[in-house]
Design a protein around this ligand. Structure first.
Ligand SMILES: Cc1cc2nc3c(=O)[nH]c(=O)nc-3n(C[C@H](O)[C@H](O)[C@H](O)COP(=O)(O)OP(=O)(O)OC[C@H]3O[C@@H](n4cnc5c(N)ncnc54)[C@H](O)[C@@H]3O)c2cc1C
Length: 390
């Protein structure tokens, strides 16, 4: 098999791989390195919509497709809770805009090559890294991997799936009540786990809705379609619409501790643990991790940073929440209603971005039922530090 040598391999050119390369080239840290990006896809499709809250300008400000200032939460019983988000806006980027924007910049560099191949294996040895595809073997000093594989789970670890089907629809007439984004709308049956709609008005006659569940198994395809239809007609009162786009996704929600570094392999994105276990949100954490990798290259000429953004405290909180959900004694819809009705959203956003102090965290936890959380926190601590690890 032909062998190719380079300095850096980007294994998987999706959100994390392309964000890293884009920001590294903007920062000027890899101008002399030979870089190869390997992905099975040519990224010509709008395969995802990435949404995230923020207070400051993002690196990808220019391609934000829609932005909302007003956010709303609906409880299972139908209570509407306008969210106090203060300086936070909620933002969406269409993945196709991201791929086009980033690739048009990266393709101007002579030291970057893109190859469309199926990746079979990656390994790291003392001499560097090796990536094998069906056509070539690539050798590099560093390899940034964003190909996610479900890990082997030690006993006691939780592995939920956030699974969803989304539709972008266009209506014949304007949709008057829909000027706000519904971050979580629990006005749906809770038979298959914590279940809500996520509703983003895109234009006066266009809306993106997503039927979302936190549970351990995906559902038969027809259930998502059926529930989307019911929500559109019975809750949003929209009868006459055409479907412009569909999206199906599964995001892992787990307390598994992902490895960031294996020799000279650096795992990034979901594969590196950048997906927040309690929410599935990933976009912001990916950008924070990349910021750390770039800073490390700038100061020490290597990618090995020490402090993770989702640190020990945040990992234990996520593990606790997943254990509470797994025990099914405190229903997810009730838990989120308690949270959003008693704590301002800006505090929750800061908490989920791992930007709060322990005192602020305790204030947030006061809005939840204490006993299930304390029991689950003890289990999370034991799983992390007790048992065979002690
Ligand atoms: C439909 C969907 C919507 C999401 N929406 C949000 C959101 O709104 N907000 C948020 O914060 N997070 C969201 N997420 C979670 C997360 O942000 C995304 O999954 C994000 O794309 C993760 O980035 P990544 O780089 O880790 O993985 P990816 O972007 O999936 O990149 C991995 C790349 O590896 C390639 N690849 C995989 N296997 C192979 C192989 N064997 N050979 C060659 N190439 C391979 C893929 O083609 C892909 O380009 C969403 C996820 C999904 C699935």
């Amino acid at each position: 098999m032909p062998a190719v040598k380079c300095d850096i391999v980007i294994c998987g050119g999706g959100l994390a791989g392309l964000s890293l390369l884009y920001r590294a080239m903007k920062a000027g840290i890899w101008t002399n390195e030979q870089i190869i990006v390997v992905d099975r896809s040519d990224k010509q499709e709008n395969d995802k919509t990435w949404s995230f809250w923020k207070t400051e300008d993002s690196v990808f400000e220019e391609i934000i497709h829609r932005r909302w200032k007003n956010l709303v939460f609906f409880s299972h019983e139908g209570q509407k809770i306008p969210l106090k988000n203060n300086g936070y806006t909620y933002n969406s980027i269409r993945s196709i805009d991201f791929y086009n924007y980033v690739l048009s910049y990266l393709k101007t560099f002579a030291n970057i090559s893109f190859v469309q191949e199926e990746i079979l294996t990656i390994t790291s040895s003392g001499k560097g890294c090796e990536l094998v595809t069906s056509l070539h073997t690539y050798h590099s000093t560093y390899l940034f991997n964003s190909i996610f594989k479900k890990p082997e789970l030690p006993k006691g670890e939780q592995y939920f799936l956030q699974h969803f089907k989304g539709l972008r629809i266009r209506t014949k007439s304007a949709i008057p009540p829909l000027s706000d984004a519904y971050l979580m709308d629990f006005r749906t049956k809770q038979d298959n786990g914590t279940t809500f709609f996520y509703t983003l008005p895109m234009a006066i006659n266009e809306v993106f809705i997503e039927y979302t569940l936190f549970s351990k198994f995906v559902l038969p395809a027809e259930i998502y379609d059926q529930q989307l239809r019911i929500y559109l007609t019975a809750v949003l009162k929209i009868e006459d619409y055409e479907i412009l786009e569909e999206e199906f996704g599964v995001i892992p929600m787990t307390d598994h501790l992902f490895k960031r570094f294996e020799g000279n392999i650096i795992h990034i994105g979901t594969a590196g643990g950048d997906t927040r276990g309690s929410t599935g949100y990933t976009f912001t954490n990916v950008q924070k991790t990349i910021g750390k990798i770039i800073a490390s290259f700038q100061s020490d000429q290597h990618p090995f940073f020490t402090a993770e953004n989702i640190g020990l405290k945040a990992q234990l909180y996520d593990a606790t929440l997943l254990h509470v959900l797994a025990k099914e004694k405190y229903p997810g819809h009730q838990l989120f209603s308690d949270l959003f009705s008693k704590t301002p959203a800006y505090r929750i956003f800061a908490f989920l971005d791992a930007e709060t102090s322990v005192i602020e965290d305790l204030h947030i936890m006061k809005s939840l039922r204490v006993l299930p959380f304390l029991q689950s926190f003890a289990i999370a601590l034991y799983n992390r530090f007790g048992s065979s690890k002690g």
